[in-house]
Design a protein around this ligand. Structure first.
Ligand code: GLU
Ligand code: ZN
Length: 286
């Protein structure tokens, strides 16, 4: 008998959809990547509903999402939705505020544009208008990361992508991102970082469109003393014209295909074949 290989560390992955639109094929691929990586390692696959998008959030979609995932043949453990975790976001924001790591900003999008903001990796880079001034207390306030101070506290940081390898944190393409929205106690960046830590996620899987956001998340982990997972940013599915699949370009919702009687298990198998094509080296690097 040969020696038995030690079991691979069991991974905790998650799929974290926002209920502000129906799921489409790109979401299915993302969920399958996360599910299969967890299952292959004997680990856990979590579902977390990211429902803090204010008026864009439609909580009734969460049930549709569960039906879509079950139709694809996936099983999961559901963790609490983001709307139930607002107190933890507020507490973390308070810590950052007390340490002078975030500052209030009253700018509107058009003011940011008018200030000559440069395009960055995730929309415009905030030009720093409110960084040194006292904001008008009559206007709604968002809180932005002071990237300069954050960097001074953390020093150089590295994060590890299973496909792209080690990455040095670089906030220069993102600037002073919003961590607390005007209408919510967190932005996506703060909420997702806190939740992935609270849920014990060890491999954060999501589309490559969120690759740059990870520089912010890794910074927040360092500032808040959170555990550091690994990441797996999967390539995005493209449509026949080579464009990113997106609901706004009219790609059919999973629910529509499901309701039309399509076989979800077959669709999941087709997507797995596409994943192999998109990520030829993924298995070796996990
Ligand atoms: N709620 C985010 C989305 O739907 C999840 C992003 C992530 O996986 O970090 O885009
Ligand atoms: Zn401002």
């Amino acid at each position: 008998m040969g020696e038995t290989m030690p079991p691979a560390a069991s991974l905790i992955t998650r799929f974290a959809p926002s209920p502000n639109g129906r799921l489409h094929l790109g979401h299915a691929l993302s969920a399958i990547v996360a599910h299969d990586l967890a299952r292959a390692s004997g680990g856990r696959f979590l579902l977390r509903i990211e429902d803090i998008d204010g008026p864009r959030s439609r909580p009734e979609l969460a049930e549709e999402f569960r039906r879509d995932l079950a139709w694809l043949g996936l099983t999961w453990d559901e963790v609490p939705a983001q709307s139930t975790r607002l107190a933890s976001y507020a507490a973390a924001a308070e810590t950052l505020r007390a340490r002078g790591l975030i500052y209030p900003c009253t700018c509107t999008r058009s003011e940011i544009e008018a200030a000559g903001a440069r395009p960055g990796l995730e929309g415009l880079i905030y030009p720093g208008t409110c960084k040194h001034g006292a904001p008008d207390p009559a206007r709604p306030v968002a809180w932005r990361l002071n990237a300069e101070r954050a960097l001074a506290e953390t020093g150089p940081l590295i994060w590890e992508d299973a496909l792209a390898g080690p990455q040095a944190v670089d906030l220069s393409g993102l600037g002073d991102v919003v961590l607390v929205r005007k209408d919510m106690p967190a932005s996506y960046h703060l909420a997702v970082t806190l939740d992935d830590a609270a849920d014990g996620v060890t491999l954060v899987t999501r589309g490559a469109d969120l690759f740059a956001a990870t520089h912010v998340h890794r910074t927040l982990q360092a500032l808040l003393g959170l555990p550091v997972p690994r990441w797996h940013h999967h390539p995005l599915l493209l449509d026949a014209r080579g464009e990113k699949l997106a609901k706004r370009r009219g790609s059919p919702a999973l629910a529509e295909r499901r309701e039309a009687g399509e076989d979800g298990l077959m669709l999941a198998e087709q997507l797995r074949l596409q994943i192999c094509g998109l990520e030829p080296d993924a298995q070796a690097s996990i």
